[in-house]
Write a protein that binds this ligand. Structure first.
Ligand code: SAH
Length: 386
């Protein structure tokens, strides 16, 4: 990596609040994250040097723009100002995929050209709410999800044609209907306007289907390094029964399946589970099954039924796991737990509980999945004290 004295600076950083390290050299950012993780988790053991990104800019494979309108009637896309619902126009974001940024710009000009009304949250009028763009960084497939307040997009065929003419790299266009006055971006209903309605991407040599609402790690390049570390920690030999808890579209479980006897994935989001099942088929993985359930409840049942597991991967959302889940893991007594976390604060809380139950943290590896922002991913290996 090239050594920078100063990092890139973003003119929207203050209002957006996303890139707290705007203007800071990347090396410095890594040092700060290393210190943060060490301050929080150092008491559990040595924190390995953070794995920095080769390309700290334009890494986000998922880009979200909110439609707004200025006084001259021009449509723009932007972000909510931190802690408010005011929309700040953003022309260029230094961490978002550049192709996605270009598509957002086109959507704004096309909104004016097609005379589409921008949604007004206070009055609950207008049509265009958000655009969500997902880019398969390896396959190059691109999905555009237009979130509307109602199911009817006037001149939808011409609109789609024009969008794909201007951006032939788009492989699918989906209308998502969100008619609720909510801060959630996506509603429940999808109408495919063009293409398959999902994209595929390749991660760690495996193919994954990604639907509009499924979770997919936003930094594909760093995810490969994260999963590689997780697999190294698990040290699979081909004999193990593995649980992939909070599995999303089954990426971690799929990586493990080739090296284990059997994999069981559990995930709350139904669409993600559907994707996970398809992904297993896509990759001809016959030893993996998925369950649509709350991970905590699922583990309680596993423990109550005296099921057995050798390795538990867990990758919960930012809020972390639950005592219910951790207690049940403790009952199941796997040989190892590999905990992937996107928030070291909740990770610390959960590790404390594991420790109280007699588990030891053997390795702590931070990975910089989100350069320029304050977020940091960490993967930990836990084993039982004998
Ligand atoms: N391991 C996956 C997903 C991690 S993100 C990957 O690396 O891509 C966390 C996932 O946990 C999301 O898919 C979310 O839908 C799911 N989730 C959130 N709460 C859950 C719960 N209580 N039980 C099971 N899954 C849950």
């Amino acid at each position: 990596m090239e050594k920078q004295k100063q990092g890139n600076a973003c003119p929207y950083a203050k209002k957006c609040g996303g890139c707290i390290f705007s203007g800071k050299a990347y090396e410095e950012q890594l040092k700060i994250k290393q210190k943060n993780v060490t301050d929080l988790l150092g008491k559990f053991g040595k924190v390995a040097p953070i794995l920095g990104a080769k390309c700290p800019e334009h890494y986000r494979n998922k880009v979200h723009g909110i439609f707004g309108r200025d006084r001259q009637g021009n449509v723009f896309t932007g972000i909510y100002e931190e802690k408010s619902h005011r929309i700040v126009p953003v022309e260029n974001c230094m961490i978002e995929d550049e192709k996605a940024t270009a598509i957002l710009k086109t959507l704004s000009t096309m909104a004016k050209q097609f005379k589409l009304q921008v949604y007004d949250e206070d009055r609950e009028t207008g049509l265009l709410r958000h655009a969500l763009i997902r880019v398969g960084r390896t396959t190059g497939e691109i999905m555009v999800v237009l979130v509307l307040s109602g199911p009817i997009l006037p001149s939808k065929n011409n609109f789609t044609k024009e969008l794909c003419r201007r951006h032939p790299e788009i492989t699918t266009v989906v209308l998502n209907i969100n008619d609720k006055n909510t801060s959630m971006v996506l509603g429940n209903r999808n109408i495919v306007l063009y293409g398959k309605g999902y994209i595929e991407d390749v991660l760690c040599g495996l193919r994954f289907r990604i639907s509009p609402s499924s979770f997919y790690q936003i930094n594909s390049e760093q995810t490969e390094r994260l999963y590689k570390k997780a697999m190294e920690f698990a040290g699979l030999t081909g004999k193990e029964r593995v649980i992939d808890a909070y599995c999303g579209i089954g990426t971690i479980g799929a990586c493990a399946a080739g090296k284990a006897r059997e994999v069981i994935g559990v995930e709350l989001n139904r669409d993600a589970v559907k994707d996970a099942i398809t992904n297993a088929k896509l990759n001809q993985l016959k030893n993996i099954r998925f369950w649509n359930d709350d991970a905590g409840k699922f583990m309680v049942n596993m423990a109550a039924n005296h099921e057995q597991a050798d390795i538990v991967f867990m990758d919960p959302p930012r809020s972390g796991s639950t005592p219910e889940f951790i207690n049940s893991v403790n009952t199941l007594k796997p040989k190892k737990v590999v905990y992937v976390s996107c928030d070291p604060v909740t990770l610390k809380r959960d590790l404390e509980l594991f420790q109280q139950k007699g588990w030891k943290v053997k390795a702590i590896q931070p990975v910089d999945m989100f350069p320029y922002t304050g977020h940091v991913e960490t993967v930990c290996l836990l084993t039982r004290k004998i």
